[in-house]
Unconditional design. Structure first.
Length: 548
């Protein structure tokens, strides 16, 4: 078991300091492979960070400021983030899908007066006059299609970097209590909250994530490893990718976005050994025709989630070891499902080793529930700065989430006799049908067992009998599933009667958050049933009709 690190050890291992150390001790080791682009060594990438530090100094960036950014996954995006960390400023990365009110909310809540924006996203801010008025100076990377007419000073990329002093020095190093970045939540339950993520939280997630070769020699990351990442920097998954590589003296392979077509070719070309796959990504890869070389690749471990039938299917077909667990922007990963799990359909056990999470399941008043009963997962840790330090400029939301000294996740779980935690549902997504509480997550797991289902989301929809009916939205593989009735008949034979969906609607895709690819169930719940929505009640009526 890994011993508890000292504060001095942690602060030497924070990403900005650790990269500077690697640049001195192993300057020529390749750190970053950009798919189809340039390779970056420890030294060349650190030199880019120094360039950004000096440019930000001249730009007038000072300690304590927040900086809004909007851009695609890139090496410059990483360098700008680390440069802000050295200068004591905090990045607030905006989802590149944001427009209108949510941009206004993010800029106002963050209090930013400066921004760094890729040219093709500049209109997202310049078109919102009351937000643009809050910003004073904006760095624009690349050339915009048309010069913006905006009430802030625009600093072009060439001017931003022109004539820099090549001998830039490093400022005072950040501390584990300093805010590394502020990440906006998915906003599935209301306006997005701006999560303050300390450097200490990123440290614990990178060094004590279950990816250590010392703890898992067969699957852990080490010098011969390469972590394949296509996650944006407006989500912590994208930031951890770089930290993993620096922490474990390995490489990170960057593709701007996930590509089903290029996934396995990238893995083979860059000898990728580790990655993170969300459940929809696994479904899309499984939907492709099987090939003789499906197991001919270098991947040896994948973190995947959430737990469900697709995970086992993926392991069987592609011959990989997979792990999962539970985590969120605010907490890191308090639950971890090891590679050889005793309860493979669970979210795992409380993660061992630093930072030492405490986990409880509680009722609406924070009283512990009995073993086997469903309760909300709440989390805390004795290690300082290992979890979020609140929601920025949102004191009421911070107090509500951190009430009674525990962080409340809003997720419902149950714990079995082995200590394993089983995800039940988001508290708000539980379906109430004729006196029964039904987990939408469990409904989705049953539906996903049909080989013709690519993706599924279950929601509650108002019933004429009171309470709710179960409705599922399904993205079908039309070659294996051509109508709703055949799916319903399959479910009738395989799932508990009280959970069988009444309504089934085939769709081309499901609405998701850009950052985490979580299905936006609020949008699905808002969709009224159409005349053509398949309804099991109509099937029963036909069967009861005379002459049927």
């Amino acid at each position: 078991m890994t011993s508890e690190p000292t504060v001095a050890e942690i602060e030497r291992s924070l990403l900005p300091q650790l990269l500077a150390h690697r640049a001195q001790t192993e300057p020529e080791r390749v750190l970053i492979n950009v798919v189809g682009g340039k390779d970056w060594t420890n030294a060349s990438f650190h030199a880019l960070v120094l360039k950004w530090i000096e440019a930000f100094r001249r730009f007038g960036l000072s300690r304590g400021e927040t900086v809004v950014t909007m851009g695609d996954l890139s090496v410059d995006g990483y360098a700008a983030w680390l440069a802000m960390g050295w200068l004591g400023a905090t990045e607030v990365p905006l989802n590149t899908g944001y427009r209108g009110d949510i941009v206004r909310h993010a800029v106002r809540t963050s209090g930013a007066t400066k921004a760094v924006i890729q040219a093709h996203y500049l209109d997202r801010i310049a078109d919102i006059e009351d937000v643009a008025g809050l910003l004073e100076r904006v760095v624009v990377l690349g050339a915009p299609a048309t010069p913006p007419r905006a009430p802030f000073e625009v600093v072009g990329e060439n001017a931003f970097f022109a004539g820099l002093d090549a001998s830039a020095s490093l400022p005072e190093a950040p501390h584990m209590h300093d805010v590394a970045c502020m990440i906006l939540t998915s906003g599935t339950t209301g306006p997005s909250k701006v999560v303050r993520v300390p450097w200490g939280q990123l440290y614990y997630g990178s060094f004590h994530s279950g990816m250590s070769a010392a703890e898992y020699p067969q699957w852990g990351m080490g010098e011969d490893s390469a972590y394949y990442s296509f996650y944006p920097l407006f989500h912590n998954s994208g930031r951890f990718a770089l930290y993993f590589a620096v922490a474990h003296r390995s490489r990170v392979v960057l593709r701007q976005s996930f590509s089903v077509e290029n996934f396995w070719s990238d893995v083979r070309r860059y000898r990728c050994t580790h990655t993170l796959l969300l459940s929809p990504m696994m479904s899309f890869l499984l939907a492709r025709e099987p090939r003789p070389d499906d197991r001919d690749h270098s991947l040896r471990s994948i973190v995947g989630g959430p737990i469900g039938p697709v995970l086992q299917q993926f392991m069987d077909r592609f011959g990989v070891q997979m792990s999962s667990g539970f985590g969120m922007t605010e907490t890191g990963g308090p639950l971890y499902l090891p590679w050889q799990a005793t309860a493979p359909t669970s979210s795992g056990l409380v993660r061992r080793g630093p930072p030492g999470f405490d986990v409880r399941l509680v009722d609406d008043f924070d009283h512990p529930v009995k073993q086997g009963e469903v309760g909300e997962l709440i989390v805390r840790t004795a290690a300082p700065w290992a979890m979020n330090s609140g929601y920025h400029n949102m004191p009421e939301q911070t107090a509500a989430a951190w009430r009674n000294g525990w962080f409340h996740t809003g997720d419902a779980f149950r714990q079995d006799e082995t200590g394993a935690f089983h995800f039940v549902d988001r508290k708000k997504d539980c379906i109430r049908r004729r006196g029964e509480n039904i987990s939408s997550f469990e409904v989705e797991n049953y539906v996903a067992r049909h080989h013709g289902v690519v993706e599924v989301a279950a929601v509650g929809t108002p019933s004429e009998y009171g309470e709710e009916e179960v409705k599922i939205f399904v993205v079908p593989n039309r070659t294996a599933l051509d109508n709703e009735e055949s799916l319903w008949r399959f479910l009738k034979e395989t799932m508990p009667k009280f959970m069988i969906p009444r309504f089934i609607e085939f769709v081309e895709n499901l609405p998701k958050t850009d950052a985490t690819a979580r299905i936006q169930k609020a949008k699905l719940k808002a969709r009224s049933n159409k005349a053509e929505t398949w309804d099991a009640e109509r099937l029963r009526d036909r069967q009861k009709a005379p002459g049927s």
